[in-house]
Design a protein around this ligand. Structure first.
Ligand code: SF4
Length: 233
């Protein structure tokens, strides 16, 4: 049985991208109120490696797709945290054996964990995310595992970033009523200076959450201008 799922191959900036999900349901360190992963899927809030069964056939299928599609990049974009999959190392090795670079999506919290950082270090591109700028908003809107804090989230990514030699992509999400105020912008600016991502994307929640939680285009553009300017300093 193939436990991995794929999006249709697409072109991004001239590159052919194969996007793969390794997880059978949503397993994430957070449970965001604006999570785009379907609420009809089982959701487990966790940072623990799970047993998802034998992946021999799934890895063989991945290898076959790599040989047939010949992508320029594989994007590991899971229904939650890829780090809870016990065979992430084998997935990375299978992709690299075909000489294809890997982009890994994480919300970034587990980059502070040595095992997870060692896996992420092997990927040519990694994504980290910031959506909240104070603990009250973090707890209310992202509902993380107990003991998690927004300062630790940034510290985890910053520690990883110091030794990571690949392309670090930071995605900051402005959420109306939660992280679109002046103090949040100041916090995000400090985080951008600390993390120095090679690629910075400033976004707001998409449909169906945009009506209530999305900021308007002018606010987003102004925040983007300010935060991109932090990179130039
Ligand atoms: S971090 Fe991402 S995958 Fe996890 S709950 Fe939040 S939006 Fe969903």
């Amino acid at each position: 049985m193939n436990q991995f799922s794929y999006k249709p191959v697409y072109i991004e900036e001239g590159k052919k991208v194969l996007e793969v999900n390794l997880l059978p349901g949503k397993y994430c360190t957070f449970n965001c109120i604006f999570c785009p992963v379907s609420r009809s899927l089982p959701h487990e809030k966790t940072d623990v490696v799970h047993d998802f069964g034998d992946v021999t056939s799934a890895l063989a299928d991945l290898q076959k797709r790599l040989e047939v599609i010949k992508p320029d990049l594989v994007f590991i974009n899971c229904l939650g945290e890829a780090f809870v999959h016990p065979d992430l190392q084998k997935v990375i090795d299978t992709i690299h054996a075909c000489h294809v670079p890997v982009r890994l999506l994480s919300n970034g919290y587990l980059y502070g964990d040595a095992r997870c950082a060692a896996l992420a270090q092997q990927c040519e591109e990694v994504i980290g995310e910031l959506k909240m700028a104070n603990d009250a908003a973090f707890q209310k809107a992202q509902r993380p595992l107990a003991g998690y804090s927004v300062d630790q989230h940034v510290a985890n990514m910053a520690a990883f970033r110091r030794s990571y030699t690949g392309i670090f992509r930071l995605e900051i999400t402005l959420v109306k009523g939660y992280s679109d105020d002046a103090a949040s912008l100041d916090f995000f600016a400090r985080a951008v200076r600390a993390l120095q991502p090679q690629v910075l994307q400033v976004v707001t929640p998409e449909a169906p959450f945009d009506r209530v939680l999305g900021v308007d285009a002018a606010t987003l553009a102004e925040a983007d201008r300010r935060l991109q300017a932090e990179l130039a300093q």
